[in-house]
Design a binder for this molecule. Structure first.
Ligand code: SAH
Length: 228
């Protein structure tokens, strides 16, 4: 299967069964135990990013690009905290949901914009570019291109998360308990941290802060890298 297929499949998935599944996981209604575990795990990743940015104390001065923003789980609280946020996603459905949620929490906040866009066609320049839990849908080679492109839009910093390729996780994936359940996902790709760091460094970005979220069914390595 080639990479173009991967992207088309991911897009279709997040406009259909994936949309139904993830909007529930990224919500607060009733879900099954596995989904609840993933919800908590993902929330930890989001909270870690928000914690880092709030600790810096300059959110209202920042322009932030949230690439692959999903239903706005990160974009909305960042905008609430005063940042100027541009969230985009390849799935119209996810963006529609993000807009609805933003409307409910923020009203017509002027510092938050959502658009439907493949992250590789994004342009512009932002203080911080963030891309959470998106790379899992792409093989390393594609992820490299995506990370490079995201780096090209970042004036100062990039924040990424990915499912780390560790022995335990590879095994879990093999036995099929990764993304379990009836409406299970598209393929999940794991990434070696060294490969991700290598591409960041080749673009001049150096890792500053890092974190790992690990629950039973959710694994996400989070890196913040800045230009020197
Ligand atoms: N970053 C969000 C959503 C993670 S789910 C969060 O952490 O809450 C992954 C999202 O990536 C989905 O909404 C999916 O539609 C989006 N996505 C996948 N490939 C993409 C691409 N090439 N460009 C933009 N968004 C993409």
């Amino acid at each position: 299967m080639n990479v173009a297929d991967d992207k088309a499949i991911v897009k279709d998935y997040f406009n259909s069964t994936g949309f139904d599944r993830w909007k529930r996981i990224y919500g607060n209604g009733e879900v099954n135990k596995v989904q609840l575990d993933i919800r908590y795990g993902h929330q930890q990743t989001v909270d870690t990013v928000i914690g880092w940015l709030k600790a810096d104390g300059n959110l209202p001065e920042l322009s932030i690009c949230d690439a692959g923003c999903g239903v706005g789980s990160l974009s909305i609280p960042l905008a609430e905290a005063g940042a100027k946020v541009y969230g985009s996603d390849i799935s119209e459905k996810m963006v529609e949901e993000a807009k609805d949620r933003a409307q409910q929490t923020l009203g017509n906040g002027e510092n938050l914009t959502f658009a439907v866009q493949d992250l590789e066609t994004l342009s512009g320049s932002y203080h911080t570019v963030i891309c959470l839990d998106v790379l899992i849908h792409y093989p390393q080679e594609k992820a490299d291109e995506m990370i490079s492109h995201l780096c090209s839009m970042a004036q100062s910093r990039i924040i990424l998360s990915f499912a780390p390729k560790t022995c335990a996780l590879s095994l879990l994936k093999k036995i099929g308990s990764f993304f379990p359940g009836a409406s299970k996902a598209t393929r999940a790709y794991l990434h070696r941290e060294a490969d991700v760091v290598k591409i960041l460094e080749s673009r001049g970005f150096h890792v500053q802060r890092q974190s790992m979220t690990k629950t039973r069914f959710y694994f996400s390595r989070l890196l913040e890298a800045s230009l020197k």
